[in-house]
Write a protein that binds this ligand. Structure first.
Ligand code: MN
Ligand code: MN
Length: 271
């Protein structure tokens, strides 16, 4: 694997934030390759300053635990993620995927610590299928599996512009389309500010328009811009964990990994 992410400045014992990668893409249905996401994001992070001139802050207190052992087996990935959480304890997790099916596995760990938790998901897709291509752990089911862990009333999806008819009928959860974000960004942000519970944030890189982030498994146009996502992040209250998933360097000229690294920088500066 590559070296540690550029923001890593300390060992686990001194860290308040832990970064690790989950190179898993077993159920990817269209263009596999997100298993290469974590190391590609680490490489891209060396393009960034540790200082943010808008926030006037420098990153710090971050340890990189490396990647979980790669496997194509979902139960083994669950165990791997569980063993990383056992070591990192209550530190703030920042996880790079891998495909979106890892999110429920992280959420079930964070939920053990933060009982009243709302999950905010940025995604082009609803990911609310009961099963997809024979698997209930497909990345097309990640929002549904997550809602089973925290309760459907504690999930909000932002940036949606693709779903099946059945998903639309069954998804009795709160979601905002990308068109809503474009026309009513302030309104969407006001709603996020109303969430008093701890917030876990999951960013599927396909929430962005493919013109910004082409390196994803399932590109979908009419997407969000980095500015809009930054504004959304700024309206989040108490964040307790973060993952960025679906970065696929095989379909990228580096932009998607750079954007994913930038999001990680944004988040660690706000912890
Ligand atoms: Mn997704
Ligand atoms: Mn998606």
């Amino acid at each position: 694997m590559s070296g540690a992410i550029s923001f890593a400045d300390c060992d686990l014992k001194d860290a308040k934030i832990v970064f690790f990668g989950v190179p898993y893409d077993s159920t990817t249905c269209f263009r596999p390759g997100t298993r290469f996401g974590p190391d590609s994001i680490r490489d891209a992070s060396y393009n960034l300053e540790n200082y943010d001139l808008f926030l006037k802050k420098t990153t710090g207190g971050i340890a990189d635990m490396g990647n979980v052992t790669p496997t194509t087996n979902y139960e083994e990935i669950r165990e791997e993620i569980g063993s990383f959480f056992a070591v990192m304890g209550k530190r703030f997790p920042v996880v790079a995927g891998g495909e979106h099916s890892i999110t429920p596995l992280i959420v079930e760990q964070v939920k053990k610590i933060h009982k009243n938790m709302h999950v905010l998901i940025l995604d082009a897709h609803l990911d609310f299928r009961e099963k997809y291509m024979g698997s209930s752990h497909s990345h097309a089911c990640s929002t549904r599996r997550t809602s089973e862990i925290v309760g459907i009333e504690n999930v909000t999806v932002i940036g949606v512009r693709s779903a099946s008819e059945a998903e639309c009928e069954e998804a009795n959860l709160e979601y905002f389309t990308s068109f809503k974000v474009k026309s009513k960004l302030k309104e969407v942000c006001e709603r996020i500010k109303e969430i008093n519970d701890d917030i876990y944030l999951s960013i599927d890189m396909d929430c962005f328009d493919p013109s910004f982030a082409p390196g994803v498994g399932n590109p979908e146009f009419y997407g969000l811009s980095p500015f809009e996502v930054r504004t959304i992040i700024e309206s989040i209250g108490n964040m307790v964990g973060f993952d960025v998933v679906e970065t696929n360097p095989l379909f990228d000229k580096g932009n998607t990994s750079c954007l994913a690294a930038k999001l990680i920088q944004e988040i660690v500066l706000r912890v």
